[in-house]
Each structure stands twice: as C-alpha cells, then as structure tokens.
Design a protein around this ligand. Structure first.
Ligand code: GTP
Length: 397
C-alpha cells in the first residue's frame, strides 16, 4: 500500500514529499524492501491505545510519541505530470509505473493560482482546472488500456461466457483493479452485463468510475500561507463539489518545522498547532518560526501536511490500526513487549484477516480471537475496529 504524490511542476510537490518523508527515525528498521530515490517513508498518526489505557508501549514496527502512534506508510513522488500526459506527452513509463503502484493519490495544487497549466509562473490560473485536468488524465489513461481491442475482447467474453468482472479485472490487473472494483463501478453506472452493448461513452464513464474507486484522491491546496481566505474557500467548495476532500497546506512551513525538529531546535509533532523551542537559535531562524506560527499554525490550525496524509490513509483508503497481542491481559507479545506491533487493516477486515497479515501460518491455523479490551471471544465475522487489540488463538504445527 503506497500513497502517490502528484501535481504539475512548481506547485510544491517536491517540498510536500520532502516534508512528509523527513522522519527523524532510522527507517532501516522497517520491513520495506528496495526504496527508490522517489520512494520514501511517511507516517500516518493516530491516537495510541495506551493514551486511554495508561500503558507504556514497546513499539517494534511503529513509533510512539506523546500518546500517539506514528505508523509508517510508503510514499511515492510521482513526477512528470503535464497536460496531455496520457497521450504520452512529457512523461516516461516511470510515471505510469508509479501511478500503478499508488493506492491513493495526494494531488498538490497551487492555491494561489500563480502557476499556469504547464507549471510556469503566471498572474492567475484557476487551480480548479488542475483538479479537473488530473482526474481526466487518469480517466483517459485507464480508458486507453480498456479500449484497445475492446470489441474483440467483449465478443470473446460473451462467446466464451466468461464472468465479465473477472475478465475486466484481469485486463486491468496491472493497475491493481479487483473484481469488486469492477462490480462496484458497473453497479454504480447501471452498465449491462453484455459488454458488446457498451458504447464508447459507457467505456469512458466506466474508466472514470474505476479511477474514483481504485485511485481515490485528496487535494492539498498548497501554498495556503500565500493564498487569500477567498481563494481557499472557493477551492474547498469547488473541490468538494467534485467529490474531493480539500485541505489547505503549507508544505514549505512543514519542511522548515521538521528540519528544525530534526536538528533539535524545537519539539514538534507533525499535525500539531504548536511547537516548543528547545534551544537557542539565530535571530533569522527564530523569526522564520515565529512567522510560521502566526501565518500558518494560528491561521489553519496546522500546516495541513499531516492532515492530508492521515485522511488519505484513514478516510480514502479506509484503513484502521489494529494491535495483535499474545497476552490479552498484559497486552504483550511472547517477550513481554507491550503493544509491539500495529497493522493497518482495511475497514471490514476480520480477525482471520489480521492473523494472515501477522503470519501465513497464524492465518492457516486460526481458531478464534479474543478482544483484549472486553476479554471476550469474538466471532469469525467480527469487524475489526479502529485501535482494536486482538489476541489470535491458532493451532500451531
Ligand atoms: N509560499 C509557499 N511556497 C511554497 C510552498 N511549498 C513550496 N513552495 C515554493 O514553490 C516553489 C516550487 O516548489 P517545489 O517543491 O520545487 O515544486 P514542485 O511541484 O516539486 O516542482 P518541480 O520540482 O518543478 O516538479 C519553490 O520555490 C518552493 O519554495 C508553500 O507551502 N508555500
């Protein structure tokens, strides 16, 4: 599961990515394989169960700070987006590969309107156009994959009586589309079960619906520090009208704060409305931080960067943190570590899904589970909840 950061040049995409992935811990500890230059680790931040249970955790695959769990998530900097991208203009396969990998997208736009469609400085460009353009680019890209040889494909499905959802999902498996996604999109649009009856228009609407399901997108209204309240309000309204969450961000402010925190000048938890000065700094640095406090934190409540990441993970991707334990009374693993691991599970997952996520053997030998909060045994069809603590009982071989 990876989050892609997209946007045309000059909107602050690199600044957003740098800020989000500037984490002051040793990422070598995390079980992520090869990290490309444009792939980094960021955190989704949630309240930790110890906040309410009054415990002290020994985290192994996440970080703990001030009652919060900082849960690592991979982020990709998807570079190279310009209008006409789906026609192969100004982008390589790298762009599409990155896009394929991303489960959700953060679209960074310049809320001040001072960057034109190509990323050049201008007096005014409507950022709402950027929002529309990116959605359409991706729609046409998916449509391009689908429409190639569609007539033949549709006839074959009909002739061989193949299941339509399966056939299309296979066709789109390269971008991670599932049978469920296909079913959902067809259902929403009321499309016929007979693919030979689909018109060009149907195909394009279907591509668009698949995009909304498979590549959900949140808008970072960036450079909010330099945008007017009217500009932000309008962007929010227009974005929401089109089905997007819009969060004002100042990537530049977040980068400055994280750098200052990393260098030990301040204590700052991403997403907060304030920071604490820890040691003296130069007058220039101090003025810069004071300005961030006044112009960004006090105005918006935070820089918005962490809010975008959290909402991408918890709202768009519908993931919930769940903590497996071996001892439901002490909330520990076999070594006595308190709440050592957290897993991000899809909403609607069951304890058996969690068992498989922890280890294939645990999944295969799954017998039942216990909710550590209630100490009660929970059924097979129990839906895991945000911050659940679960003991899995399995047969061991
Ligand atoms: N005022 C303000 N300026 C910002 C913010 N974020 C980025 N910038 C500035 O916007 C300019 C472009 O930022 P980049 O991060 O290089 O933009 P990009 O979208 O990655 O551009 P490319 O690297 O060309 O693709 C730089 O001068 C940044 O300092 C912000 O939150 N507020």
């Amino acid at each position: 599961m990876e989050i892609g950061v997209v946007g045309k040049p000059n909107v602050g995409k690199s600044t957003f990515f740098s800020a989000a992935t500037l984490v002051d811990v040793d990422i070598a500890n995390y079980p992520f394989t090869t990290i490309d230059a444009n792939v980094g680790v960021t955190y989704a931040i949630a309240d930790h169960p110890c906040k309410e249970l009054n415990c002290t955790p020994n985290p192994q695959n996440y970080e703990y700070r001030d009652g919060k769990a900082l849960i690592p998530v991979k982020m990709i900097d998807v570079a190279g987006l310009v209008p006409g991208a789906h026609e192969g203009r100004g982008l390589g396969n790298k762009f599409l590969d990155d896009l394929r990998m991303a489960s959700a997208l953060i679209h960074v736009v310049d809320a001040t309107g001072k960057t034109d469609a190509e990323g050049q400085p201008t007096d005014y460009h409507d950022p709402v156009e950027d929002i529309e353009f990116l959605g359409k680019e991706i729609d046409y890209w998916i449509y391009g994959i689908l429409s190639k040889g569609w007539d033949k494909f549709a006839k074959r499905i009909k002739l061989q009586k193949m299941k339509l959802e399966t056939a299309i999902a296979e066709h789109l498996s390269g971008i991670g589309v599932t049978e469920n996604d296909v079913w959902e999109a067809m259902h929403r649009l009321g499309l016929s079960d007979d693919p030979t009856k689909w018109s060009e228009e149907d195909l394009l609407s279907f591509a668009s619906e698949i995009r909304k399901i498979n590549k959900p997108m949140i808008i970072a209204a960036n450079k909010a520090d330099a945008a007017s309240d009217e500009q932000i309000e309008r962007l929010k309204k227009e974005g929401e009208k089109r089905g997007y969450i819009v969060v004002p961000t100042s990537a530049a402010a977040e980068l400055t704060l994280r750098k200052a925190a990393k260098a030990g000048f301040i204590d700052y938890i991403p997403g907060s409305s304030d920071f604490k000065i820890l040691k003296p700094m130069s007058g220039k640095q101090e003025r810069a931080l004071k300005m961030i406090k006044e112009k960004v934190l006090d105005r918006f409540g935070s820089t918005g960067v962490q809010e975008v990441i959290n909402r991408a993970v918890f709202e768009l991707l519908q993931l919930i943190p769940v903590y497996p334990v071996q001892d439901e009374n002490k909330l520990t693993d076999q070594f006595g570590n308190v709440l050592p691991h957290v897993f991000l599970m899809k909403k609607g997952s069951t304890p058996r899904d969690l068992a498989f996520k922890v280890h294939t053997d645990l999944g295969k030998g799954f017998l039942y589970a216990i909710n550590a909060r209630t100490k009660r045994r929970i059924g097979e069809d129990y839906e895991l909840q945000f911050n659940d603590i679960i003991k899995i009982v399995a047969v061991t071989r």
